[in-house]
Design a protein around this ligand. Structure first.
Ligand SMILES: C[S@@+](CC[C@H](N)C(=O)[O-])C[C@H]1O[C@@H](n2cnc3c(N)ncnc32)[C@H](O)[C@@H]1O
Length: 278
């Protein structure tokens, strides 16, 4: 199996990766991984979207995830795009062996009012204009350099309808990368819940000079270097980080109403970022 390219702008690298998985490789090992929106949550997500009449969904940088097919088979109008022809061939395939994988994983009653349009699209360039009710970008943003992030963010922003949401589902985005990630989305026009407060939080933590990673929104000290076996130091510095975290949570509680008002503005396009570690 080929490796994923280190340089995310290496389109040939992405194609080599997916061509090594589909049609003649171990695609079945990979296609179940759909990030935080796992296949067993598809039923409830689709129900909610159908009820709220938010039916037009873009899954950007879809790879060979089964999520586009699963949502399309629940009555939604799904667009799944990628720059890899092999990934798009997978998404467009009607092969029984792929459908069997999906059926084995989620016993969904198929609602055939939905549709799946899967096409090659480079999301550094414009796609649709104020078109989607929801965008799901699973791990297809975090690996780009800053200038690329800016153009990818703009395409996502322009493609989303106002008062709708784009979900950016990430894995292991820490430190400066997190700043760049959020900054690109905000510069493109997205509203990120509690953005300013989050920037304040990270700045305060960084000023301590204590190394940390976020796990479920809380700062933890990685146990290597100085901290590998110095329990006393870990305890002392953890206390410092925890105090800042407590102040952050307090401020967050205090600004909930104000934040809600901002997000409910009819023009707002919201970016929800899911930070996972793994
Ligand atoms: C880490 S993979 C994630 C794939 C899939 N979303 C998943 O969760 O398995 C990043 C994806 O972004 C796609 N990609 C890279 N550059 C792209 C571009 N300029 N336009 C559209 N897709 C791109 C890759 O082909 C790849 O499928």
């Amino acid at each position: 199996m080929a490796e994923m390219p280190k340089d995310w702008n290496n389109h040939k690298g992405w194609e080599n990766y997916y061509a090594s998985l589909y049609p003649n490789g171990d695609f079945a090992d990979k296609c179940f991984w759909t990030g935080s929106i796992s296949l067993d949550r598809v039923e409830s997500l689709a129900k909610e979207l159908n009820q709220n009449n938010r039916k037009t969904i873009w899954i950007s940088g879809c790879g060979i995830s089964l999520l586009p097919k699963a949502l399309a088979q629940r009555g939604l109008k799904v667009y799944a795009t990628d720059i890899s022809p092999s990934a798009i061939a997978f998404q467009n395939s009607k092969e029984k062996r792929i459908q069997d994988l999906l059926d084995k994983q989620i016993l969904l009653e198929i609602n055939d009012s939905g549709s799946l349009i899967s096409e090659i699209q480079d999301f550094r360039s414009p796609y649709k204009d104020n078109f989607f009710d929801l965008i799901i970008n699973t791990k297809s943003f975090q690996g780009f350099d800053k200038p690329t992030m800016a153009s990818v963010a703009k395409t996502h922003f322009d493609s989303l309808k106002p008062s709708c949401n784009a979900i950016f589902d990430t894995m292991n985005v820490q430190g400066e990368n997190r700043e760049n990630f959020e900054e690109s989305l905000v510069s493109a026009g997205f509203l990120i819940p509690f953005y300013e407060l989050n920037c304040w939080y990270r700045k305060k933590l960084n000023e301590t000079g204590i190394p940390y990673v976020f796990v479920l929104g809380n700062p933890f000290i990685p146990r290597f270097g100085f901290y590998a076996d110095n329990e006393e130091l870990v305890e002392k510095d953890t206390k410092v980080l925890r105090e800042i975290a407590a102040e952050f949570h307090q401020k967050q509680q205090e600004s909930i109403e104000q934040e809600r008002e901002k997000l409910q503005s009819p023009k707002a396009k919201i970016a929800t970022i899911i930070y996972s570690t793994g």
